[in-house]
Design a protein around this ligand. Structure first.
Ligand code: HEC
Length: 161
């Protein structure tokens, strides 16, 4: 087969694999998309903190859409850690095995995140500046609580600025 034929086949395979739902993908293939979504959530929360730092908050173009992203992503987070998507998948991941050893606690933190994100979203809609400042701290503590136990400290090492 010609090289371009192989490429067409590869492209077709890609399209096929994209149409398979996230949860059906083999464990190793679920890790990278999970990390991408977590990074988006991190970026959205950071964009909100940047607005607060700037002093002049752009609610409509920055805070409201980013609070929506945090809320959407937090709603799915607990679906992103099916069994088999830890270090045993042999793909680079910072997810620690303890996630699957203490599933109740992990779920509790995931639900806490959803509640915090829902409130963040309400506050954004209400354009409540004092509330926003407080809620960013609150949700940040929930992110940290989970990362402290369930994410490898290597993440900080690998992502030092
Ligand atoms: C219930 C637990 C839990 C909560 C809550 C949580 N995270 Fe995470 N997060 C993880 C785990 C586990 C990883 C490692 C995933 C991996 O490497 O496969 C992670 C990874 C990340 C990453 C790194 C992605 C990458 O590889 O580049 C970012 C960024 C991140 N989280 C942001 C956040 C933010 C922001 C919040 C709060 C708004 C949050 N997380 C809340 C468990 C959580």
């Amino acid at each position: 087969m010609s090289a371009s034929g192989i490429c067409r086949l590869a492209a077709a395979a890609l399209v096929l694999s994209c149409s398979v739902s996230f949860a059906d993908a083999p464990p190793a293939a679920q890790i990278k998309p999970r990390q991408d979504k977590l990074r988006d959530m991190g970026g959205a929360l950071k964009a909100i903190t940047d607005e607060i730092k700037k002093g002049r908050i752009d609610w409509d173009n920055a805070v409201i859409p980013n609070a929506q992203t945090v809320k959407d992503r937090s709603g799915y987070l607990l679906n992103w850690f099916p069994k088999g998507t830890g270090p045993e998948a042999h793909v680079k991941t910072y997810a620690l095995p303890v996630i699957w050893q203490k599933p109740d606690d992990f779920t509790r933190l995931g639900k806490q995140l959803q509640a915090d994100a829902a409130k963040l979203n309400q506050i954004a809609q209400a354009k409540d500046e004092a509330g926003l400042k407080a809620q960013v701290q609150t949700i940040g503590k929930t992110c940290k609580a989970c990362h402290d136990t369930y994410r490898s400290p290597d993440y900080e090492k690998d992502n030092e600025e």
